[in-house]
Design a protein around this ligand. Structure first.
Ligand code: SAH
Length: 410
């Protein structure tokens, strides 16, 4: 299949050469973005910039990496100014190739029976608008690009073949789909309707409900941080703020914590934390159904002290406009949480706001630590696990920031 290349304006071309992946309709000087399809992208000098997905939505062009130009199509010099009609692969060939590469990079997560992990992470796997998570026998997709949506018939069989999944589910109840004029719905794409399954992470069983859980069912991105919490928790009293189904609290108890308190505003999430403790034969969990802001203030007022506090709030900055207010929220919460540390105590603090970069988050934490009657030591920086790779020139793909802070012993 050949199709006319899309060309970027001089300004957009400079950004593309610097690694920018997303472009808007007014960045284009030639070619149409409709219908949504895979195209070759060119810079203003007609040099090849690889493949891209087009869309009639807000983000008109999403680059998806290199793909060889054939000699026949491009004269003798692949990668330089090419013919007017440049080759693009058929969608089956394209998706099979990209998915195989992504799965090969995930190693055993693809096959271990009770594993949970991300198999495809959008741009970093050359598949903009596609997330694929695996939870034991269930595979969950999140689709936010029209090109991917139209290619599901090519994508699903490859995933079923590679994982042996009993169910493939689309969790498409996300706002981002509106920008692509795609309906927000969740549905079964293959197999039987599995409403709950169990994954094992760091030796702990976690129940995952693919149709109703947060994100695609579970916060897979915090796996490295949960390992760290398990490692640090021995003998400590632990406070897990914004706990959801208590994954951190359970990791702490499995690591030998004396007690763990899980705080969340969702009664249903806390019920599942309790069930999780029972399923793993862990004792010492208390759940508190409260607004976490109110709860930390109450804990401050009664001068409570903890050996380990986990602070993993939802994204406060959902857009660039909200960053200022979000900074205030993070600062207040972090200051309150730091005050609850016993000498030698740790705070594991997280931000999953795409619009707040690591230096900004570290500045907020610095401000939170200023004026406390003890120093605060930065022990470690973490992020999402290796199954959530990021394109370094596309900051949106690196959203999770995790810092391990400590109040020194004396
Ligand atoms: N730490 C969890 C993920 C936390 S997600 C894990 O690793 O699995 C954020 C959680 O914060 C959600 O469960 C949501 O119900 C809860 N939440 C949001 N706002 C809240 C508030 N003001 N007070 C308490 N919980 C809140």
């Amino acid at each position: 299949m050949t199709t006319r290349a899309l060309r970027l304006s001089p300004k957009a071309s400079r950004l593309a050469r610097a690694g920018r992946l997303w472009f808007y309709a007014d960045d284009l000087t030639a070619g149409d973005v409709t219908p949504a399809r895979i195209v070759r992208l060119q810079d203003d000098g007609k040099r090849d910039l690889g493949l891209a997905f087009t869309s009639a939505g807000r983000i008109a062009v999403r680059r998806c990496g290199a793909w060889p130009l054939t000699i026949a199509e491009n004269g003798s010099n692949a990668g330089t100014a090419g013919s007017r009609d440049a080759i693009v692969p058929g969608r089956e060939e394209f998706f099979a190739n990209r998915l195989q590469t992504a799965l090969a990079n995930r190693g055993e997560t693809v096959r271990i029976a009770d594993a949970g992990g991300r198999l495809v992470h959008g741009e970093a796997d050359g598949l903009p608008g596609l997330i694929v998570d695996r939870y034991a026998e269930v595979v969950v997709l999140q689709v936010t690009s029209a090109v991917v949506e139209a290619a599901l018939d090519a994508i699903v069989p490859v995933l079923v073949e590679a994982t042996g999944a009993a169910a493939v589910i689309a969790r498409n109840d996300v706002a981002a789909r509106r920008h692509e004029s795609l309906p927000a719905d969740s549905r079964l794409l293959h197999g039987r309707r599995v409403t709950a399954t169990t994954i094992v992470e760091h030796g702990l069983r976690h129940e995952v409900r693919p149709f109703e859980g947060h994100k695609t069912g579970f916060y897979l991105d915090q796996r490295p941080a949960r390992a760290l919490v398990k490692e640090l928790a021995r003998g400590r009293e632990v406070l897990d703020l914004f706990s959801y189904q208590g994954a951190f609290a359970l990791a702490a108890l499995a690591g030998g914590a004396r007690s763990a308190v899980a705080v969340d505003q969702s009664e249903a999430a806390l019920a599942r934390a309790e069930a999780g403790a029972a399923a793993n034969q862990l004792t010492g969990l208390t759940t508190v159904n409260a607004n976490a802001f109110d709860h930390v203030r109450a804990e401050r007022d009664r001068e409570a002290r903890y050996g380990l506090v986990v602070l993993d709030p939802p994204a406060f900055a959902k857009s660039r406009r909200e960053v200022r207010g979000a900074e205030r929220g993070y600062r207040d919460l972090n200051r309150l949480a730091l005050r609850l540390l016993a000498p030698g105590g740790y705070l594991l603090t997280c931000s999953c706001s795409h619009h707040m970069r690591l230096p900004q988050f570290e500045e907020v934490v610095r401000q939170a630590a200023a004026g406390l009657p003890f120093p605060v030591v930065l022990r470690r920086r973490l992020g999402a696990g290796d199954d959530h790779p990021a394109v370094v020139t596309h900051p949106e793909s690196e959203y999770l920031k995790v810092l391990l802070l400590q109040r020194p012993e004396s």
